[in-house]
Design a protein. Structure first.
Length: 364
C-alpha cells in the first residue's frame, strides 16, 4: 500500500486528533455526570472514599464510534468487515453503563453479554467471514482446523472469560489504563509488520483515549472511573485482538519475521494477558476452597494485595503491567526452543509460581 507519505505520519496525526477528541468528549461527560449525579458510591471493597463520577468507558466507546465513522472512507481501513463487532462492543458498553448505576445481577448481566457475543459470532457465520472466531489453531497441542461450531462455542467462552478478567482488573486507579496502553502499543508494533491497518488504527484510538482518561482518573476535582462500561468494552476488544492474532493468515508474516512457530501463537496470545487471567483463576479457586461462590466479591485480587503492602495505585498498576509483559517476554524468548505442548507446560508452571508467590505475600 502506498499512501504517498510514511505510515507513521498517519498514526501520529491520528494520535493527536484522538487526543483532542477524547479531551473534548471527556470534559463534556464530566459536566453531564455532574448534572445528573452519575457517581459511584464506595462500599466495603472500594479503595476510595466519597462519591466519584463513573461510567467513563462510554466516552471511549463514543470516541471509537466517531473515529470509525470519520475514517471508514479511507481505502486501507476496513471497518465494514468488523461492523458487527463494533455494534456489539457499543451494546456491551451500554450494558456496562447501565450496570454502573443500577447494579444488574451478575448472572443476568452475563446472560446478556453471552447473548450479544453469540449473536455477533452467528452474524459472522452468516456473512461467511468468520471474523473474530477461532477456527484454526495452527497445530496447537495437535489441533488444526476445528470447524465453525466448536470454534463458535470456544470463541464465545474466550470473549466472556477475557471480558470478565479485564473487568476484575478495574479495582484501583490507573491499572486498567496502564495495562491497556501497554497491550495496544505491543499490538501496534506487531501489526506494523503484517499490515493490520484497521487494528493499527483502533490501537492508536485506544492508546490516545486511555492517555486522556488517566488524567481524569487521577484528578482530584474531576475524578472519573471507567466503570463496567469501559472494562467490558475494552475487554471485548482485547479478546478480539487476541483471537485475530491467533487465527488470521497474516500471522504467517509475523511468524516469518520473528521465526515464531504457528502452533505457539495461542500460548503467546494468552501470555499477553497472563496476569489478569491468573488473578481471575486464583480468586475463583480461593473462593471455591472457602466454599463461597466463585463470583462473590472480595478484596483478594492482586492489586488489593499490593495496595495492602503500602504501594500506591499508580505504582501497583505499573508493577502488575510490567510483570505481565515480563512473563510474556519469557514465553516469547523460549518459544523458538519448544513446541506448543512444552511451551504450555512452561506457561502453566510460570503461572503456578506467581500464584504461590502472591498467596505467600498475602499471608505475610
Amino acid at each position: 500500500m502506498n499512501l504517498g507519505f510514511p505510515l507513521y505520519i498517519y498514526y501520529l496525526v491520528l494520535f493527536i486528533l484522538i487526543l483532542i477528541l477524547s479531551k473534548f468528549i471527556f470534559s463534556r461527560y464530566i459536566q453531564f455526570a455532574r448534572n445528573f449525579n452519575l457517581t459511584n458510591t464506595p462500599n466495603q471493597r472500594s479503595v476510595h472514599s466519597g462519591k466519584v463520577f463513573t461510567g467513563g468507558g462510554i466516552v471511549i466507546a463514543t470516541v471509537l464510534l466517531v473515529a470509525v465513522v470519520v475514517l471508514d472512507s479511507l481505502d486501507f481501513v476496513e471497518f465494514t468487515q468488523i461492523s458487527p463487532l463494533i455494534g456489539t462492543s457499543i451494546l456491551i458498553a451500554a450494558v456496562g453503563f447501565y450496570d454502573d448505576f443500577n447494579e444488574i445481577n451478575a448472572f443476568q448481566k452475563y446472560i446478556i453479554l453471552t447473548f450479544l457475543v453469540l449473536m455477533t459470532a452467528y452474524s459472522s457465520y452468516l456473512t461467511e467471514e468468520y471474523e473474530g472466531i477461532i477456527t484454526n489453531l495452527h497445530g496447537f497441542l495437535g489441533f488444526y482446523e476445528i470447524g465453525f461450531i466448536p470454534g463458535f462455542l470456544f470463541s464465545t467462552f474466550v470473549y466472556l472469560s477475557i471480558m470478565n478478567s479485564i473487568n476484575l482488573m478495574d479495582g484501583i486507579d490507573g491499572y486498567l489504563s496502564i495495562f491497556s496502553i501497554f497491550f495496544f502499543i505491543s499490538f501496534l508494533f506487531n501489526n506494523s509488520i503484517n499490515g493490520f491497518y484497521t487494528l493499527n488504527t483502533m490501537s492508536v484510538v485506544f492508546i490516545a483515549s486511555f492517555i486522556i482518561y488517566i488524567k481524569y482518573n487521577f484528578s482530584k476535582r474531576k475524578k472519573l472511573f471507567i466503570g463496567d462500561a469501559g472494562s467490558l468494552f475494552i475487554g471485548f476488544w482485547i479478546a478480539y485482538f487476541l483471537i485475530t492474532y491467533i487465527t488470521t493468515s497474516s500471522s504467517y508474516d509475523l511468524a516469518t519475521v520473528f521465526s515464531i512457530k504457528l502452533e505457539n501463537f495461542p500460548v503467546l496470545a494468552i501470555s499477553m494477558i497472563n496476569i489478569p487471567v491468573l488473578d481471575t483463576l486464583r480468586v475463583m479457586l480461593v473462593r471455591i476452597l472457602k466454599k463461597k461462590s466463585p463470583f462473590s466479591a472480595d478484596r483478594n485480587h492482586l492489586h488489593h494485595i499490593i495496595l495492602d503492602r503500602g504501594i500506591s495505585h499508580i505504582n501497583a498498576g505499573l508493577l502488575l503491567s510490567f510483570l505481565n509483559w515480563f512473563n510474556c517476554i519469557i514465553i516469547f524468548l523460549l518459544e523458538q526452543s519448544f513446541n506448543s505442548k512444552y511451551l504450555t507446560i512452561i506457561y502453566i508452571s510460570l503461572s503456578l509460581f506467581w500464584f504461590g508467590f502472591f498467596e505467600y505475600l498475602k499471608r505475610r
